[in-house]
Ligand binder design. Structure first.
Ligand code: 7TS
Length: 427
């Protein structure tokens, strides 16, 4: 794909001098992430696989260590002091999620294992109740498999139809097509806030408004947005928002689903067990109100605590500052990569966040990934759980570099230099 950002060497120098850098202290931020200070194959680690999972700051490790070392016990229902402290810490994390999303109430925040589980929860609970034969669920062509397969399963079970709004050659959702596919039969529109394979930032607010006009409920997959953009679920106007802890510098195995209170209250449980009931008898069981109705069993207590610490860390740095820095890295990388012979960028939307997917002529993406790893550079190669996107662009896989708040301009330069070397190596 043709690049438009190619600048002359002089322009480039000017840009670099004028570049303000992050509005936070990058050296200090990097020092918060002990894992970054290591060598891989004798070279300084350059971690550019942040879209898959981010590294963890000391604040998150300390919060988890304090949970285990000072107050760990099972949560809820406990009269003893440690159980009450554990419960309070986990509920504090729920409040951190509420603040992070600007949700109206912490009771609308359900802890889940991650984005995947959040979407499955909505499909299994809300979906089974509201999607019937002849109904439609509308997604887009750029979704992660997590925002495709649960809807396929639901539609198959309910006799409903899955519709897909196409993307254009830049990787932007074609809004006119989305409009055309919206109908009174559309029960739900499920859309990524940011694409993991392309980096496209979707106009979620506009999509939500259009979907609501058609009478549909809107779920936003925020897995790739939460680490980069300030999310305000009230301003977005969506009905559900899902994201994962491990992509926002927190632990794996934890994430959150935010849902509008009226919707959550009307939803049946999706898993049964301890913690989600009001009363149980063999004659019949009544259920706890949200969020506990959707949290059966002993939860990931320490992970929730670490998740809250991660969100507070990110908020303290400031998402606008983080996003601005990552945008600079993305612009620099986009410009530099234009000079790598045979490099095709996959995903050139006007609005992008922190993801650069590309192919190199005559070199398989996995080989690119392996060559980069020999230089200490961690990127991902594959279909990124977005096979329909690969199909749309006619490639089996891409190499993907994805940026996080701790990446540097020098790391971008190291990536590009390594790509030039790979180019020479493979001819
Ligand atoms: N949605 C999007 C847009 C994602 O990028 C991912 C994970 C998920 C959902 C699923 O999140 P999980 O935390 O439940 O696994 N994306 C990636 C990726 O791009 N590489 O590894 C995981």
């Amino acid at each position: 794909m043709a690049m438009t950002l190619a600048a002359s060497a002089e322009d480039t120098e000017d840009t670099r001098e004028a570049a303000p850098g992050p509005t936070y202290d990058l050296d200090r931020v990097r020092a918060d992430f002990p894992i970054l200070a290591q060598k891989v194959h004798g070279r300084p680690l350059v971690y550019l696989d942040n879209a898959a999972s981010t590294q963890k700051p000391r604040a998150v490790m300390d919060a988890i260590a304090a949970c285990y070392g000072e107050y760990y016990a099972n949560v809820e229902r406990g009269v003893h002091t440690l159980s009450q402290r554990s419960t309070a810490a986990r509920e504090g994390a729920r409040e951190a999620v509420r603040r992070f999303l600007n949700a109206p109430s912490a009771e609308e925040v359900v802890f889940v294992r991650g984005t995947t589980e959040a979407i499955n929860l909505v499909a299994a609970s809300w979906g089974r109740r509201h999607v019937g034969p002849g109904d439609e669920v509308l997604i887009t062509e750029l979704e992660h498999h997590s925002n495709i397969v649960p809807w396929q399963l639901l539609c198959e079970e309910r006799g409903a139809l899955l519709r897909v709004a196409p993307i254009d050659d830049r990787g932007e959702v074609i809004l006119e097509e989305l409009d055309r596919l919206l109908s009174p039969r559309t029960r739900l529109v499920a859309v990524a806030h940011v694409s993991n394979a392309l980096g496209t930032v979707n106009p979620v607010r506009e999509i939500a408004a259009r979907a609501h006009e058609a009478g549909a409920v809107v779920l936003v997959d925020g897995a790739q947005a939460a680490p980069h953009l300030r999310v305000d679920v009230q301003a977005l106007g969506c009905d559900f928002y899902a994201f994962s802890g491990h992509k926002v510098y927190g632990p794996s195995g934890i994430g959150a689903l935010w849902g509008r209170r009226e919707l959550l209250e009307a939803m049946p449980p999706w898993q049964g067990g301890g913690g989600m009931i009001r009363t149980v008898s063999f004659a019949g069981t009544t259920y706890a109100p949200p969020p506990h109705r959707f949290e059966a069993g002993t939860p990931a207590i320490e992970a929730a605590v670490g998740f809250g610490a991660a969100l507070n860390y990110l908020t303290a740095l400031g998402l606008p500052a983080v996003g601005a820095w990552e945008a600079e890295l993305l612009a620099l990388a986009t410009e530099r990569m234009a000079a790598v012979p045979g490099l095709r960028l996959i995903g050139t939307a006007k609005e992008k966040a922190a993801v650069l997917s590309f192919t190199l002529e005559r070199i398989h993406p996995h080989d690119v990934g392996t060559v980069l790893d020999r230089e200490g550079i961690a990127v991902r190669a594959g279909h990124h759980c977005a096979q329909p996107v690969m199909e749309r662009f006619g490639v089996p896989a891409t190499t993907r570099a994805s940026f996080g708040l701790y990446n540097t301009r020098e790391e971008v330069e190291a990536l590009v230099a390594a790509l030039h070397r790979a180019r020479k190596l493979f001819g």
